[in-house]
Design a binder for this molecule. Structure first.
Ligand code: NDP
Length: 287
């Protein structure tokens, strides 16, 4: 007789708005390819003031884990038993693992970024990076690069958010050995010679504003540099297409997102998913 075990293993995402979050498409494709028939990813609309109830639900249903997106990434930290070092420095958690009621919080935004660099053969230790933006993604990326031993990180952000940039600079200064600078972004920015890694960590180019390119002096980006974008939708942003046209080595935000989702699955199931299957599912969902 066949084994009769119909127990469901639940993971998912808490957010609001969350309906357009493509996590389910990527994760379900991975589960299917892995033969994990009873694993399900739920897209859950959770009100800002109901996060505590949602966490109780997660524990009651013995959900294996959850992703958190806007507006819960900071608030959720108070419900957790343990938080990774980088998530604590970033000040936000976007994924939780539930080990029999013990909730561990991680921030996989910056980890997906590091995995993307690694899969392109880019080492961070001792390197000079320029990061555009000082929001959540930039924070995660700068913290991970700092902890990984980057020699120099230059944060470039619009004047109106100098406070955010300064706060981020302080985190890197206090907690890592990297040199860190903050520069106001008030015109086409020329990438300094000797830069190794250039990161667009702004939302410039995100759907529906798909023709927008960050205000960078593109001629200052040289083929010996590596460009990483964070934009996941479209899967190839206008900036990345321009880099490809110019022969600059680069990687997409979609690839970063897939790495992040793959890490979620590995932390939840203990198994590595097929990233190719996940990327294809994302491309189909966004086409
Ligand atoms: P935030 O809102 O926290 O930050 C947005 C950043 O973009 C700010 O620094 C903001 O600058 C800057 N910005 C927005 N518009 C412009 C503009 N016209 N010119 C210059 N700077 C601009 O968002 P997040 O950091 O959470 O997300 C940023 C992007 O990263 C999003 O597109 C998101 O989809 C993507 N992302 C991708 C991930 C992946 O795995 N691929 C993971 C996480 C995020 P200012 O402070 O001056 O407003």
């Amino acid at each position: 007789m066949k084994e009769q075990n119909y127990l469901d293993h639940l993971v998912g995402v808490f957010g609001q708005p969350v309906a357009e979050n493509p996590g389910v498409v990527i994760q379900d494709a991975a589960f299917e390819a892995m033969g994990l028939k009873r694993w399900h990813f739920l897209t859950l609309d959770v009100d800002k003031d109901k996060l505590g109830d949602a966490i109780c639900g997660l524990k009651a249903f013995k959900m294996r884990g959850i992703n958190c997106t806007i507006p819960h990434k900071i608030e959720v930290m108070k419900y957790l038993d343990e938080i990774s070092e980088s998530a604590r420095l970033i000040g936000a958690v976007n994924m939780i693992v539930n080990d029999n009621g013990h909730l561990f919080g991680e921030n996989t935004d910056g980890k997906g970024f590091m995995m993307s660099l690694e899969s392109n053969g880019i080492e961070v230790r001792g390197k000079k990076a320029v990061v555009f933006g000082a929001g959540g993604a930039a924070r995660a990326i700068c913290v991970e690069m700092g902890l990984a031993g980057a020699a120099d990180i230059m944060i470039v952000n619009r004047v109106q958010d100098r406070a955010l940039g300064n706060a981020l600079m302080e985190i890197i200064q206090k907690n890592t050995k990297s040199e860190v600078h903050y520069v106001d972004w008030d015109g086409p920015f020329a990438i300094p010679e000797g830069t190794d890694i250039v990161v667009n960590a702004t939302s410039v180019g995100l759907y529906p504003d798909v023709d927008a390119i960050p205000n960078i002096d593109l001629d200052s980006i040289k083929p010996e540099m590596f460009v990483q974008d964070v934009i996941p939708n479209p899967t190839e942003s206008a900036f990345i297409k321009e880099m490809q046209r110019r022969g600059i080595p680069c990687a997409t935000g979609a690839g970063m997102l897939i790495n992040q989702a793959a890490l979620n699955i590995e932390m939840w199931t203990g198994r590595k998913p097929d990233k190719g299957v996940m990327y294809k599912a994302l491309e189909e969902a966004l086409s």
